[in-house]
Design a protein around this ligand. Structure first.
Ligand code: KG4
Ligand code: ZN
Length: 366
């Protein structure tokens, strides 16, 4: 396809992602996903209780070229026909990001292909345009094990951060809660399943930062409160009763949901003051799979007469299709990188926003 003329179906973009614990490659033409591979590293890190950066980096370096070959084969596209190579250049675990950037540079140099470094968070934030052709500006909530922020997406290269977590990401809080209660990892789905059997009003957990203006969030105190309550119940009952565990999960989930929805309402008010043509809230990240949180956000959108967009989960969690898509958008805006492209552990989407404090289990959050 590469002959200097843009195809009417959009550029053919090869995307590479390796910023955390998924090694991924994808080939897109416009919004059509021609080939996609995601190789997780869950088993490699399981016994360590979190992602080990050195193990992750080595696994990415070993697998990224194989993922690229698989994605191209699925797409039936030759490297010489790729219009642009897009690679996550940060933020994330630096060894993994370097593995992806080095691979992309090698391919770009060998085939004379334009190279574009993509911000991982921009990949998440632009996904609703890939899946739902969402018009800008739209409001975005990123909620995963590594991220939590409200963003207004003004353009593929212009994001405004309204607020974010100052400590843990919500997914991390779900995972830690599961660990404290002896439930399986990842914690989100197991806590959600337990919560369905529980009484959400038996234990009332704090709603951190609700008393402060703005859209910043905090989840670490919630986890501490849960641990204290658990210890009290265990001491009183001589062990953790099944019903108590379910009630703790339900109370915890309600607190997270409540905080996210209330802070989201504030973000919506700010966003709507821009008078967007087609008001919309989009979510991305594993936590968006939670039915209560999703329902809470959906109700909020109904209240404000806004569109609610939740892309399919496989495109909400880490993947390379989102990087290829974001790269394609930047390519069309004229962006190009060269061999000086650097891997960045931190890379805030909104350069004007106050830096985030948190840097959690899965690396830097901005
Ligand atoms: O986006 P993701 O796959 O990976 C990154 O964190 O980058 O998100 C994973 C996180 C985990 O912390 C997991 O516990 C959480 O999303 N999660 C959920 C649910 N499913 C996954 N949290 C709450 N409820 C769920 N149903
Ligand atoms: Zn991510």
């Amino acid at each position: 396809m590469r002959n200097g003329n843009a195809s009417p179906n959009g550029p053919v973009v090869l995307g590479l992602e390796s910023s955390c614990d998924d090694t991924a490659a994808a080939v897109l033409q416009g919004s059509k996903i021609l080939g996609e591979v995601v190789v997780g590293q869950g088993a490699l890190h399981e016994s360590f209780g979190g992602v080990v950066p050195e193990i992750a980096a080595r696994a990415h370096a070993e697998r990224i070229d194989l993922c690229v070959a698989d994605a191209l084969a699925q797409a039936e596209v030759a490297l010489g026909d790729v219009d642009c190579i897009a690679v996550t250049a940060g933020p994330g675990l630096i060894g993994g990001v370097m593995a992806g950037v080095m691979c992309a540079k090698g391919l770009a140099l060998a085939h004379g292909t334009p190279l574009i470094g993509v911000n991982h968070l921009a990949g998440h934030a632009l996904t609703p345009r890939l899946t739902d052709n969402l018009a800008m500006p739209y409001l975005m909530l990123l909620v995963s094990g590594g991220h939590c922020q409200f963003l207004i997406v003004h353009a593929p290269d212009r994001f405004q951060r309204l607020g974010g977590t100052i400590d843990d990401a919500p997914g991390e809080a779900f995972d830690k809660t599961a660990r404290l209660l002896g439930l399986a990892q990842p914690g989100g789905p197991s806590v959600e399943a337990e919560a369905r059997q529980g009484d959400a009003l038996r234990f009332v957990f704090p709603r951190p930062l609700l008393d402060r203006p703005g859209c910043d969030l905090s989840f670490s105190g919630l986890k501490t409160a849960l641990m204290r309550t658990r210890d009290k119940e265990v001491a009183a009952d001589g062990g953790l009763r099944r019903q108590t565990r379910a009630d703790l999960c339900a109370g915890f989930q309600l607190a997270v949901c409540d905080v996210l929805v209330k802070k989201c309402a504030r973000a919506i008010e700010q966003y709507l003051s821009l008078s967007p043509r087609v008001p919309a809230l989009a979510v991305a990240g594993g936590v968006a799979a939670n039915a209560s949180i999703r329902a809470g956000l959906q109700q909020l959108c109904t209240r404000y007469d806004m569109r609610f967009v939740a892309p399919p989960l496989a495109l909400c969690t880490d993947n390379a299709a989102m990087i290829a898509w974001a790269g394609g958008e930047l390519y069309q805006l004229g962006y190009r990188d060269d061999m000086t492209l650097a891997a960045r552990p931190r890379w805030p989407l909104d350069q004007n926003a106050v830096p985030l404090l948190g840097s959690g289990r899965k690396g830097a959050k901005a």
